[in-house]
Design a protein around this ligand. Structure first.
Ligand code: HEM
Ligand code: HEM
Length: 125
């Protein structure tokens, strides 16, 4: 694994380590109030980013395109906005960061669909 595939996969591992520490902190403190922030750090940061990494590893032509680098930047920004955003929304501070994070994450997924469709191969190729 290398290039964009590695960036996605390595950052996913960093996110799940952070998510696990977050989970352990919640369990230890008996305060599960931020569970949705923990859940989405793991589900968007780990599961989704790791799936992107595996896809780019399997489809090198997609990984080599400039769109893939843009996809990594937008997906990363999404994680960095939505996780603190959910935390601030739960705390009642502001919802704006969560909203921005949600639409950034959605944009990254739309871009991913475009990339997947542009890199189709005949079934036996
Ligand atoms: C060391 C590892 C982890 C620990 C200690 C941990 C701990 C926790 C705790 C204490 C809660 C709150 C449960 C409740 O209030 O009912 C929780 C919720 C949750 N966790 Fe984890 N977790 C870990 C890893 C993960 C991973 C790897 C994922 C996903 C891939 C995950 C996904 C979730 C989800 C989706 C929720 C529910 C969020 C919600 O209620 O909105 N967790 N976790
Ligand atoms: C733009 C991206 C996303 C947004 C805005 C979003 C939003 C939400 C919201 C508002 C909730 C309810 C939280 C609560 O009950 O306090 C939720 C729960 C949840 N989301 Fe997401 N989500 C997103 C992406 C994802 C993804 C990619 C996954 C899985 C890979 C996921 C899995 C879950 C799960 C497992 C729960 C908890 C369901 C439960 O407690 O029954 N979400 N999400």
């Amino acid at each position: 694994m290398r290039g964009v595939a590695l960036w996605f996969f390595a950052s996913a591992i960093v996110y799940v380590m952070a998510g696990m520490m977050f989970g352990i902190w919640m369990a230890a403190s008996h305060d599960h109030g931020l569970a949705p922030a923990h859940g989405h750090l793991n589900l968007i940061g780990w599961v989704t980013m790791a799936l992107f990494g595996i896809y780019y590893h399997l489809v090198p032509s997609a990984a080599e395109s400039r769109l893939a680098t843009l996809h990594f930047a937008i997906a990363t920004l999404g994680v960095w906005l939505i996780v603190p955003g959910i935390t601030l929304a739960i705390r009642g501070t502001t919802e704006i960061l969560a909203i921005l994070g949600a639409f950034t994450t959605l944009t990254s997924m739309v871009l991913f669909l475009v990339i997947v469709l542009r890199n189709q191969r005949p079934a036996l190729a």
